[in-house]
Design a protein around this ligand. Structure first.
Ligand code: NAD
Ligand code: AKB
Length: 319
């Protein structure tokens, strides 16, 4: 297990919304020098670069991934590099290339270097024909290219586990809400942008309808879920290990705006849906996380009101 037998950890896509906080949590847990952050780009303000080892790495370059894993004694990779839904639908070819191609590169490196892998899935695996309270197991017919790449990621993970014994785990993250790094081009970004706009301008023009209900999670909970899943004994995990639904909270855009207006006097939100409404409409309202609860005891710490308070406090301190 990483951190127990001395193997180091590599994080791909480490400068993104999740990576920025996951690298911090992993370095707190295992020591800064044990966690190598990597991304295709640079960002001099990101602590993933400033507080520990950092490498520039394109996940499509399998040889470079293998080299860094061998040179640095990597035992576990948290593979976060990807294009999110809004950016992905604008550039489907690149989305397939990075999301599927990048995952294959990391899985091939896992075969070569005996790595454990965490690779996230998404609620985007569900399509409009799935039940609106999405169960763990149902037909997955996503209508976004991004969702297709996430289904493919889950299938690849299963294949590498079954055929090569590679320990690959994943969570179907809902929309994640945080303030330490900007959201990375997804459909659920409105639930992040609204906080900054509320504090700065007292106003937000939301790009989905007020009645748009989606599953969401505060980043603290998402990071805790990730670490819990990776700490779980492999024998306790069943066939859903490549993409667990996890219990989270579910609210409409209007309910979110209302919760913020309870904290910020005079906050006003308008709604002007754009193309992202179509992606949001194809996803479930909520998800059933009972398998994750049974197998590795997951439950969230935050609810909507607690998350809103944390976001506003955190953002106010950052500024
Ligand atoms: P993000 O867009 O914020 O970060 C992704 C990072 O990947 C970026 O820093 C980008 O520079 C990097 N990247 C892109 N192409 C690369 C390449 N070829 N090589 C190396 N790095 C590359 O994304 P995120 O929100 O941190 O998401 C991370 C993972 O979690 C993705 O797989 C995403 O699908 C999944 N996920 C995220 C959310 C969410 O709400 N944030 C929800 C569900 C699933
Ligand atoms: C997106 O909106 O693309 C992501 C996701 C739910 O996968 N936040």
């Amino acid at each position: 297990m990483p951190g127990l037998d001395g193997d180091k950890i590599l994080v791909t896509g480490a400068l993104g919304q999740i990576g920025t906080e996951l690298v911090e949590a992993l370095r707190d847990k295992y020591g800064a020098s044990s966690v190598i952050a990597s991304d295709i780009r640079s960002d001099e303000h990101n602590n993933a670069i400033n507080n520990g080892p950092y490498a520039t790495l394109d996940v499509l370059d399998t040889d470079s991934i293998i080299k860094i894993c061998k040179d640095e004694g990597i035992g576990t990779v948290y593979h976060l590099a990807a294009l999110l839904s809004a950016t992905g639908e604008q550039n489907p070819e690149l989305c397939r290339k990075v999301n599927v191609g990048g995952t294959i590169s990391v899985l091939e490196a896992a075969r070569e270097c005996s790595l454990r892998i965490f690779t996230p899935s998404s609620i985007a695996v569900f399509g409009p024909d799935a039940p609106k309270h999405a169960p763990q197991i149902t037909d997955l017919n996503p209508t976004t290219v991004y969702g297709e790449t996430k289904v493919k990621g889950e299938l690849l993970a299963k294949e590498y586990w079954d055929d090569y014994g590679i320990d690959v785990r994943g969570i179907r993250y809902p929309g994640l809400i945080s303030y330490k790094a900007p959201a990375g081009g997804g459909t659920t970004d409105y639930a992040v942008e609204i906080f900054e706009a509320a504090l700065k301008d007292g106003y937000y023009n939301c790009f989905v309808r007020p009645d748009t209900r989606l599953p969401m999670l505060y980043m603290d909970d998402a990071i805790r879920a990730t670490l819990m899943l990776m700490d779980a004994q492999s024998g306790t995990l069943g066939p859903s290990k490549a993409g667990y639904n996890i219990d989270c909270y579910s609210f409409t855009a209007e309910e979110l705006a209302h919760a913020i207006s309870k904290e910020i006097d005079g906050f006003k939100c308008d709604f002007s849906p754009d193309i992202r409404q179509k992606y949001a409409d194809s996803w479930p309202d909520s998800i059933d996380g009972s398998v994750a609860k049974e197998e590795w005891n997951w439950s969230p710490n935050f609810d909507l009101d607690k998350m809103v308070k944390e976001m506003l406090n955190g953002l106010s301190k950052e500024h």
